[in-house]
Design a protein around this ligand. Structure first.
Ligand SMILES: Nc1ncnc2c1ncn2[C@@H]1O[C@H](COP(=O)(O)OP(=O)(O)OP(=O)(O)O)[C@@H](O)[C@H]1O
Ligand SMILES: [Mg+2]
Length: 244
């Protein structure tokens, strides 16, 4: 059984479709990348899965239970957490308190367990040395780490990561790839991960789903996706042109 099964998901904003009849099934333990051009509907798909946006049609099963239309705090408590494309860190709270807020929101950990878990997570993502620094003093990469730590601190089974790699240099990308491999193993996670850095997708994803203008246009192993004509035309070709 897939850990998550989205069937026929459509979302309309003011009559315009952001997602059109999208199906997505992800196996437990998988790292699934979602790629596609700007405005393809990737973040909207995350918003639907974690309950921020109600789909106009379609159904979402998480571990076999119907979560369609449930509010975000309920979905978080059930074991799905996410990072935001633009990290939102409380400026006046320390790093450790920012991450603790994630743990408290989900309510999946209690008492003495909580503090130890939060400290483990800070070590894991590599931000433990900034534990007592205020959120407002962090640079963008540090804020991304806090965002990831906060999502992990809610002890999810399914983690949704919205663009972690953009803005990182090649060495930092290698580190991030290694980090995601470790967190999958250590925390027994399934990860769905929206990303524009295709080299990272190729080395980390088990399967890739490609969205374009709200529709799924391809799905398969990374090595199949990068040579798929439809994907090259809609996305990868354009990126090559943009970057040369
Ligand atoms: N809250 C909203 N209200 C109205 N339109 C929205 C809203 N959220 C998203 N959209 C529109 O839905 C479409 C899909 O947006 P979405 O943010 O999901 O794309 P994306 O694939 O995440 O793009 P990017 O790679 O730029 O992050 C876009 O046309 C966007 O303008
Ligand atoms: Mg997005």
């Amino acid at each position: 059984m897939n850990i998550i099964e989205c069937t026929g998901i459509s979302v309309f904003f003011g009559g315009l479709p952001a997602l059109r009849k999208v199906n997505l099934g992800v196996e437990k333990g998988e790292i699934r990348a979602i790629i596609g051009p700007n405005g393809a509907g990737k973040t909207t798909l995350f918003n639907v899965i974690n309950g921020v946006v109600k789909p106009s049609e379609g159904k979402i099963l998480f571990e076999g239970r119907n979560i369609t239309g449930k509010p975000p705090h309920v979905i978080c408590r059930m074991g799905i957490s996410r990072t935001l494309q633009i990290p939102r860190v409380f400026k006046d709270l320390t790093v450790v308190d920012n991450v603790m807020a994630g743990a408290l929101f989900s309510g999946r950990l209690k008492g003495d367990m909580l503090e130890k878990y939060v400290n483990d997570v800070l070590e894991m993502v590599g931000i433990a040395d900034k534990a007592t620094v205020k959120g407002g003093q962090l640079n963008i990469q540090e804020r991304k780490k806090v965002e990831l730590a906060r999502a992990l601190a809610s002890k999810p089974c399914l983690l949704l990561v919205d663009e972690y790699m953009s803005g990182l240099n090649p060495m930092e990308i290698e580190d991030a790839i290694d980090l995601f491999k470790r967190i999958r193993k250590e925390y027994n996670l399934t990860i769905i991960w929206v990303e524009h850095v295709i080299s990272a997708v190729s080395s980390l994803a088990d399967q890739v789903t490609v969205l374009n203008q709200g529709e799924k246009i391809a799905e398969g192993k990374p090595e199949e996706i990068v040579v798929d004509d439809k994907v090259v035309e809609a996305y990868l070709g354009e990126r090559v042109v943009k970057h040369t």
